[in-house]
Design a protein around this ligand. Structure first.
Ligand SMILES: [Mg+2]
Length: 253
């Protein structure tokens, strides 16, 4: 089995190192990842300047581009053989609810899926990893078992990736796996008004507080209860229900 790994936290991120350890028992692992953090890069492609891959070792490349650039470059140019799976992560922080629309981690898996390869995005819904990585380190073993299961399924739903969030507990305390839907995230005070050194208005996007809402089977509830959350995400954003109910909102001009 050939597995391509990428992420949006950069090639030297601790989460990616953990993912390498979790995936290595399963097959031949290659890493193609951005040379710096690209969190919230979403599914962007670098179109206006070239991207340069640099080989770090036999099976690891860093690219001065986005997560999407990395997966495209890996599959189309760098790897001698097409991977059987693309796995992105482990992101430093959750990717639940609307996060998935901004996430570079999810986008790398989307790119794998766009290229016709079953793909998973993995995020650790824990706190600041710069202070303490022990909780994530303890999740390598359960994650490896989960990946062994996910890579041996008899079939994969078409145009669908698995968005996986790991709960902020130590490996032995994970209660199990729940299949979930996306919750809703509400940010408060996420625009911080500031002054630049010349007294002009600037804004820092980020920070503030996050609240969640959603149904019983939402991703954030699974995480709060100590379960691994797996949300199947469709690349086809078409709202089928809206199309079938078109009489309620559309009139011929
Ligand atoms: Mg990130």
């Amino acid at each position: 089995m050939r597995i391509l790994l990428s992420n949006d936290d950069g090639v030297f991120a601790h989460g990616l190192k953990c993912l390498v350890k979790a995936a290595e028992p399963l097959g031949e692992v290659s890493v193609v990842a951005p040379d710096r953090e690209q969190s919230a890069a979403s599914h962007s492609l670098t179109l206006h300047h070239p991207v340069r891959p640099r080989r770090i070792d036999e099976r690891t490349w860093q690219v001065d581009g986005t997560p999407t650039d990395c997966v495209m470059l890996a599959v189309e140019a760098l790897l001698p053989e097409r991977p059987d799976f693309v796995i992105s992560g482990i992101n430093h922080g959750q990717n639940m609810g609307e996060d998935v629309l901004y996430s570079g981690t999810v986008a790398a898996a989307m790119e794998g899926l766009s290229l016709g390869i079953p793909s998973f995005a993995i995020s650790f819904a824990g706190g600041d990893l710069r202070a303490d990585t022990s909780m994530l380190d303890e999740q390598i073993k359960p994650l490896s078992l989960l990946l062994r299961h996910l890579t041996s399924l008899p079939a994969y739903p078409t145009h669908t990736l698995f968005n996986i969030n790991m709960p902020p507990v130590s490996g032995g305390e994970i209660k199990g796996v729940r299949l979930t839907r996306l919750g809703r995230r509400v940010y408060s005070n996420s625009l911080m008004p500031m002054k630049d050194p010349w007294g002009r208005d600037i804004f820092w996007i980020g920070g503030g507080s996050i609240e969640w809402s959603g149904e019983e089977d939402s991703d954030f509830r699974a995480i709060a209860d100590g379960y691994i959350s797996i949300t199947p995400l469709s690349l086809d954003l078409t709202h089928d229900q809206c199309l079938s109910d078109r009489e309620s909102w559309w009139r011929e001009p």
